[in-house]
Design a protein around this ligand. Sequence first.
Ligand code: HEC
Ligand code: HEC
Length: 189
Amino acid sequence: MSVLLLIGAVLLGAPAPPEELKDPGHFADLADEETRAKALFGEVAKVLLHPRCANCHPATPRPLQTDAQRPHIPWVVRGKDGEGAPGLTCDTCHGETNDLQQPGAPHWHLAPAEMAWVGKTAGGVCRQLKDPARNGGRTLEAVHRHLAEDPLEAYGWRAPKHLQPAPGSQKRLAALFRAWIEAGAHCPQ
Ligand code: HEC
Ligand code: HEC
């Protein structure tokens, strides 16, 4: 039966079902703090590197689209402050909420080049998040606040129906990041 459902979903163009995101408690029996921190960040990175997040944190000036992470159609670029080129700014098409196939969230714009995640490993993203020259001068507490509260990020869990939502929930992501800070914020390789 589940195979039939899966085939049906593929034929209808439905996205893959949501991925699981483990609770911080899952890592509690790792007694060594450094080992625990690295494992916790590996779980955090499942969200950061997911298409719902990474498509807006690309390695090029052009955002990516869909679960297949194809380059954005039409061709749009980061432009000033990530808001797109004059005449084709992001808000020409992206509103404050989703509109059928079209994603939306308040002040939809592209992440700065130094916050690019596409093509990086979990360890690479981790070191970048801790680097004041690349993280917008945020302390880890400020990154945590961003993870817990940012409306652009919240979009990841309420994407249009044809896209797979980010794993878990924003609340669980914030809890994992908190547990990672408390375990010494060590980065995986
Ligand atoms: C001409 C209209 C248009 C403009 C302008 C536009 N977009 Fe898009 N964008 C779309 C549409 C339509 C989709 C949905 C594609 C799909 O999923 O099939 C999309 C999807 C995206 C996605 C993928 C979201 C996801 O969850 O995978 C990102 C990221 C994105 N746009 C960023 C931007 C940024 C940043 C700008 C400004 C620099 C911008 N877009 C400008 C129409 C536009
Ligand atoms: C529509 C585009 C967009 C989407 C989608 C998006 N982001 Fe971002 N993200 C941004 C922008 C723009 C910034 C820079 C904001 C700033 O510095 O104030 C940013 C910054 C961040 C930062 C701070 C990075 C640092 O180095 O300080 C984190 C963490 C983050 N995003 C997490 C996420 C997560 C997790 C998701 C998915 C659930 C996500 N983002 C989805 C646009 C996006």
